[in-house]
Design a protein around this ligand. Structure first.
Ligand code: ZN
Length: 379
């Protein structure tokens, strides 16, 4: 019998590891989690996309295989502290009443701790009818690097899943998906000349200006999703030229596109490149695909039934506004139905004096335990 740590106490321990990304440095936190999981009987392997950028895959073997593995996932890195001063020490895990402060308390060390505490409890059950899998990723806050690495280069180690729970902040509301994201740069090139003789040059800012105007009028060839809404496009940055008296030979804009289920980021990029024509060149597609789980999937009902008494309301069909590691992991694991469900406050992610409600961490640990138990066919 292992000692099951209190999930709030465990969150405090995780907060003390400085996994601010950049640089990330998830290796030590990973080591701590591995020790806990190995002692409980999990078979653990690690995969690093760079030095000290360790992701962890842990599997608790079931005694029967009535269902494919159920996977819980969360990232170990956090965003930087930001420029504003913190009122509390971001790494001490200071608690005032039900409020637990710290960088990553909501996004998402509270979720990670709840997942670990539940995983240790699940290991103590008999007659487990399926495997439980944990995937702890590095580098999520910088383009889901760890998850993308696992999905593209380590698919065998990652393995499959029949259900996926992403423990990102939803205040414990079970969410069925999110939009995808595609961030592109469009570059226009011209020919430099003296500003007094513009006819001898080619002005790259005029070219990028025409592209911006066209983008404002762009309409996606995609239907709105009934829950997640319509795809969006925003030109977020613009730069160009070096001096007022020089015809600019280069100008660049940054484009943020949010996709909906049914769209593929690669295809969206190609459509946009064709629309903008030869005046600009688009960077290669780097994007996160959208995620959606059919509310009619039987597992959705199972999880809703577990969550209803825990959150005190009947869950409705909803999604989150941000994207997650699931964009990479879901396809690589065989497209399992996926929930985003975690104790953090979505509004607290990336904020100064970030906090999480301690009671929600405890509730999430209980929820993950019950979801896992039910999946394994116990009770
Ligand atoms: Zn997160």
């Amino acid at each position: 019998m292992t000692d099951i740590p209190d999930p709030v106490e465990l969150t405090r321990k995780l907060l003390a590891y400085k996994t601010v990304n950049p640089p990330g440095d998830e290796a030590e936190l990973a080591r701590f989690a591995i020790d806990l999981l190995e002692k409980a009987g999990y078979a653990v392997s690690t995969r690093s996309f760079a030095e000290k950028r360790t992701s962890v895959i842990a599997v608790l073997e079931g005694q029967g295989k009535k269902r494919p593995p159920l996977c819980f996932t969360g990232h170990m890195d956090t965003v930087p502290l930001g420029n504003a001063g913190w009122r509390v020490d971001p790494f001490s895990g200071r608690q005032e009443g039900d409020i637990l402060y710290g960088r990553g308390s909501s996004d998402m060390k509270g979720g990670l701790a709840a997942m670990l505490a539940a995983a240790l409890r699940l290991a103590e059950l008999d007659r487990r009818g399926a495997d439980i899998k944990l995937v702890l990723t590095a580098g999520e806050e910088h383009g889901c690097q760890g998850a993308v690495f696992l999905a593209e280069k380590e698919t065998e180690a990652l393995g499959d899943a029949g259900g996926l729970v992403v423990c990102e902040p939803t205040a414990n509301y079970p969410m069925l998906g999110h939009k995808g994201a595609l961030w592109l740069e469009a570059e226009a090139l011209g020919k430099a000349a003296h500003g007094s003789m513009p006819e001898q040059g080619v002005n790259a800012i005029y070219k990028i200006g025409r592209a911006v105007t066209r983008l404002e009028e762009y309409r996606f060839d995609a239907d709105a999703h009934p829950v997640l809404g319509s795809p969006t496009l925003n030109v977020g940055t613009i730069s160009g030229g070096t001096n007022v008296n020089i015809v600019p030979d280069r100008a660049v804009i940054g484009i943020d596109i949010r996709t909906v289920p049914g769209q593929k980021v690669e295809r969206v990029r190609d459509d946009l490149a064709a629309y903008l024509g030869d005046e600009v060149r688009l960077s290669p597609a780097v994007g996160a695909e959208s995620i959606w789980t059919d509310p009619e999937d039987p597992w959705v009902r199972e999880v809703y039934d577990i969550m209803e008494p825990l959150i005190g309301e009947t869950p409705g069909i909803r999604g989150v506004t941000y994207f997650t590691d699931a964009s990479a992991l879901k396809a690589a694991m065989g497209h399992p139905p996926t929930f985003i469900l975690g104790p953090g406050e979505p509004s607290q992610a990336h904020k100064t004096d970030e906090y999480c409600y301690a009671s929600k961490i405890t509730t999430a640990a209980e929820a993950y335990f019950l979801i896992g138990k039910r999946w394994m066919g116990i009770g």
